[in-house]
Design a binder for this molecule. Sequence first.
Ligand SMILES: C[S@@+](CC[C@H](N)C(=O)[O-])C[C@H]1O[C@@H](n2cnc3c(N)ncnc32)[C@H](O)[C@@H]1O
Length: 233
Amino acid sequence: MAHLNGIEREKFVNKTFTDIASRYVFMNHLMTGGMDILLRKETIRIANLKMGERVLDLGTGTGDLAREARIKNNGLFLIASDFTLAMMTATRDWNMIQRTSADALTLPFEEDTFNVVMSGYLVRNVSSLEKALAEQFRVLRPGGRVVILDMTRPRHNLLTPIINFYLKSIVPLLGRIFNRNRDAYTYLIQSTQNFVTAENMVLAMEKTGFQNIRFRIRMFGTMAIHDGIKPQE
Ligand SMILES: C[S@@+](CC[C@H](N)C(=O)[O-])C[C@H]1O[C@@H](n2cnc3c(N)ncnc32)[C@H](O)[C@@H]1O
């Protein structure tokens, strides 16, 4: 599960999302009480998308982040990519969004292609955060922006026992009841607990070469939105 590495992890992640694809959107709204919608809207606000920009939504899944971008600005050149076909075919509304199958660790795009690379709940699933960030950096134009929304390892506070109970017991239970797949939702939570803290994510982005990195913590410390820029040469 979350301890798997390399190709084994990629296969597991691909199978997990194939299994839960048909109920992915419903489960997201249920588990977050609809907050996932607001967080995607905030991610798009932070991305500050402008007319005519080339935008990549990486790990697009059912395309919710890409659609949010299209709603905000319908003059974008928008590409959505994922390596799980079942996620991309679980929804039909891809109007004005180009879809392509791609592994986030070996992107099929030339360097300096995009003004913005964004992702929602992708990075904690990849088998190498370092490679995924390096690929995002490579395909961004100088001055381009990266925006990353994902779950993050919550800091300890008074709510920690309640948050842990919700994440470790309630979420897998909801997964079992509504998606007949407890393991997938156990994995989704484990992947958060094994993931970097928001501060270490900043360090990883800095190491890749990104600058002006900021982050905001949301949902009782369980979600983070990072952004940064690829410096001008
Ligand atoms: C939790 S879903 C997020 C979907 C969507 N971005 C959202 O905001 O709801 C994670 C997606 O990342 C994709 N993914 C995970 N690892 C990937 C990789 N190495 N390359 C491409 N897609 C990947 C999965 O297939 C899945 O569709």
